[in-house]
Write a protein that binds this ligand. Structure first.
Ligand SMILES: Cc1cc2nc3c(=O)[nH]c(=O)nc-3n(C[C@H](O)[C@H](O)[C@H](O)COP(=O)(O)OP(=O)(O)OC[C@H]3O[C@@H](n4cnc5c(N)ncnc54)[C@H](O)[C@@H]3O)c2cc1C
Length: 407
């Protein structure tokens, strides 16, 4: 018979808890059908993207090899109803963006630009004919889109200062100007270009076919330190002729309509920023459970547990915030200032969280091989794109005080 001492010797150590940043179980609030979609996205990101993404990040390249499996997810036009789009609730749209970012922010950005910004512009501002023509092939991801608003000399000030011009000549529009930072542009099929109509000085949106429109050229932007997998381009348009049928006719009469598209995608960046925090936290926690110093896992040290709890608290707070914005969006009630405050708050928290994760990994925190460095760097792009922190605060400040501080 074994003695009590011998039994104690063979007892296995209790398995450590698996990292799980969905601390309040938000995924469980989805319907069974939508949860199944989310799980497919997770499996895709885990099996196809996670193993290869660091290599592409280092090489500044887009992983075209994952596109066939991406298309099979049938996510094109998520949140857009009809026209062959994936549809679904705003909570699903958000949770999918968050789940993608939990693994990689570039893949989420590629998809956000195509489905949210490019398809979203057509869904919000296109005519019935335009929706029927463009949305189905984009939903199938046979045609990939980009969104051209920012210019080399006009970033935050696009509301009042676009320099790209549109001049009507009969049934044709002639576009001239440049767009900068445009995600997917170096390789995608079509662009939504925002330009100022010389006749009435209002901003209008145009669908431009990148590969067949004479005068349209794209130069890939080099030497980025964030979202290196996303291919950003500088677009030049020299007397590009676009048919009147390609002008977003139903609801793109002024910059107000551009802002309507951005309202939806800005709060999506809030979801993405929350996902980045989840990924950074989970990598950091796993590392803390495995890395030994002074003969013990660093996760057993009080100060490391403090870092982890701060990361998780930030993440959970952001999850609560974005979940409420999704409810408002589903009810058609999300305002510009509500979208703006969620983008600003979550991106600021994300910067804190990823820097704590990087700190926790010590020297390995600056090596791409350990993943956290990629999250750390990518966070900087999310902090600035789709309207900087300052711009979001000016939107909120104007709404709550009644005074516009925009200059
Ligand atoms: C990775 C990446 C991807 C992008 N993808 C796209 C895309 O697909 N399509 C697209 O159209 N654009 C895209 N952008 C552009 C992005 O939206 C702009 O970078 C952003 O709007 C800020 O513009 P800017 O970089 O010109 O900065 P600026 O406007 O020059 O601002 C510089 C600084 O000044 C501050 N500032 C400016 N004005 C004020 C003011 N009145 N008061 C206080 N502070 C102010 C800003 O907050 C910021 O800190 C992308 C950018 C990045 C980095």
């Amino acid at each position: 018979m074994a003695t009590a001492a011998a039994v104690k010797e063979v007892r296995q150590p209790k398995p450590l808890p698996a990292p799980n940043s969905d601390f309040y179980h938000f995924a469980e609030t989805l319907s069974a059908d939508e949860l199944a979609i989310l799980k497919k996205v997770r499996a895709f990101m885990e099996s196809k993207v996670a193993p290869i993404i660091n290599k592409y990040w280092v090489e500044d390249a887009f992983p075209f090899e994952v596109l066939p499996a991406f298309k099979e997810l049938n996510l094109g036009g998520l949140g857009i109803q009809g026209y062959g789009c994936a549809g679904g609730s705003q909570l699903l749209v958000g949770l999918v963006a968050m789940e993608m970012c939990r693994f990689d922010a570039s893949i989420a950005t590629f998809f956000g630009v195509h489905s949210g910004l490019a398809m979203g512009s057509i869904a919000v501002a296109g005519s019935e004919e335009q929706k029927q023509k463009w949305l189905p092939p984009m939903a199938r991801m046979e045609k990939i889109g980009c969104f051209g608003l920012t210019e080399p000399l006009v970033g935050s000030g696009t509301g009042g200062g676009l320099t790209t011009t549109a001049k009507r000549e009969g049934d044709t529009w002639v576009l001239n100007g440049q767009k900068r930072w445009i995600g997917n542009a170096p390789w995608c099929d079509m662009s939504i270009i925002w330009a100022r109509d010389l006749a009435d000085n209002q901003v209008k949106g145009f669908i431009v076919e990148n590969k067949t429109t004479p005068g349209f050229s794209v130069e890939k932007m080099l030497n980025k330190i964030a979202l290196k997998v996303v291919q950003n381009g500088q677009i030049t348009m020299k007397d590009c002729r676009v048919p009147e049928a390609n002008r977003l006719a139903a609801g793109a009469q002024s910059f107000r309509d551009t802002a309507r598209v951005l309202r939806g995608t800005r709060y999506l960046v809030a979801w993405e920023s929350t996902g980045v925090q989840m990924g950074a936290y989970e990598h950091a926690l796993k590392y803390a459970q495995e890395r030994l110093q002074f003969g013990k896992p660093i996760g057993s040290f009080q100060l490391i547990q403090d870092l982890l709890t701060k990361m998780l608290s930030n993440t959970v707070a952001c999850q609560c915030m974005v979940a409420r914005t999704a409810q408002l969006a589903d009810q058609g009630k999300l305002t510009d200032q509500q979208a703006a405050i969620s983008k600003a708050f979550t991106t600021a928290k994300m910067r804190e969280t990823v820097s704590w994760a990087r700190e926790l990994l010590g020297g390995n925190g600056i090596l791409v091989d350990y993943n956290v460095a990629r999250f750390f760097a990518d966070a900087e792009a999310l902090y600035s794109y789709e309207g900087t922190y300052q711009m979001q605060h000016l939107i909120v400040g104007k709404a709550v005080t009644g005074f516009s501080a925009f200059i």
